[in-house]
Design a protein around this ligand. Structure first.
Ligand code: FE
Length: 284
């Protein structure tokens, strides 16, 4: 059967993509951020997971406000790199696993998650930035992917608890998949940030570090947070953090921390946490 071996929570910011593409990772302002991901890259390189389920949000690239699904799951052979308005980034497209994706979609729908199944989907910075922060790539990416897009930009949004339950349903689906596949799940989304209005640039590093503590040790308390509470404390766009709960909901209760990092001299708190699923390490 397939199993979830790890979960990774990370922020995503479009400017990181530009810096990556221009090869400026060693500039003083950016080096601490990129270096923060190196232990995760090394660890993933050793574990070589077969599939990455990436829970992210689309910022108006493939989905737009006229029709915005609450939860959308990819079931395509390939996922193209989307153009967010400044041209296609020089990254390889992503290989999907339609058999695994369709299994996941069937399982989620029969588990009462009314998802949108996408047989064609392009992916943008919410997906791309975490991928190239966590994996090295060549002509192709070393892992197959399943994009899971969550609406965190057009209200009404799913609750934090609903995102957590989606994670639990994803775990059930993965464990019912008959082939031996090792799966990593990513939950992406900026930590504290606000990109509009009088509070532009609002950061709350205390909130972010508390969130990093809780996502590891006591994630249930985070599922009780309302959108309003998150936005008031950490900025309007910090509501993206509910997607980290899908990652954590897909993991067992006991996890082992592989790495944690926080870097916040920019407009978004850049957090990272990598957790190994202890259920998977007990039964290699
Ligand atoms: Fe975002």
């Amino acid at each position: 059967m397939a199993k979830i071996i790890a979960g990774i929570g990370t922020s995503h910011v479009p400017s990181i993509g530009l810096v990556h593409d221009q090869g400026r990772q060693n500039e003083p302002d950016w080096k601490p951020l990129f270096d923060g991901y190196k232990p995760v890259k090394t660890w993933l390189n050793e574990k070589k997971p077969d599939i990455a389920i990436v829970v992210y949000n689309d910022h108006g690239c493939d989905f737009f406000f006229d029709k915005y699904p609450t939860f959308a799951v990819g079931a395509a052979e390939n996922y193209a790199v989307g153009d967010e308005g400044w041209g296609r980034r020089p990254l390889p497209d992503f290989e999907g696993n339609p058999d695994f994706s369709w299994h996941l979609c069937n399982s989620l729908v029969y588990n009462e998650f009314d998802i949108t199944v996408c047989q064609e989907m392009s992916v943008e910075h919410g997906f791309l930035v975490p991928m190239h922060l966590c994996w090295d790539y060549d002509e192709v990416w070393p892992v197959q992917v399943v994009p899971v897009a969550v609406n965190v930009i057009q209200h009404p949004l799913p609750t934090a608890l609903r995102c957590w339950k989606l994670g639990q349903a994803i775990r059930e689906a993965v464990e019912a998949y008959p082939e031996n596949k090792s799966v990593v799940i990513l939950g992406t989304g900026g930590m504290s940030h606000q990109l509009n209005g009088a509070r532009f640039g609002h950061l709350n590093t205390e909130f972010d570090n508390n969130f990093l503590d809780k996502i590891e040790t006591n994630p249930n308390v985070l599922t009780e947070m309302t959108h309003q509470q998150i936005m008031e404390q950490a900025g309007a766009e910090a509501v993206e953090l509910i997607m980290w709960l899908t990652m954590r909901g897909a993991m067992s209760e006991n996890v082992k921390r592989i790495h944690r990092n926080y870097y916040a001299p920019m407009t978004t708190g850049m957090g990272l946490i990598a957790l190994e699923d202890s259920a998977s390490s007990e039964h290699p």
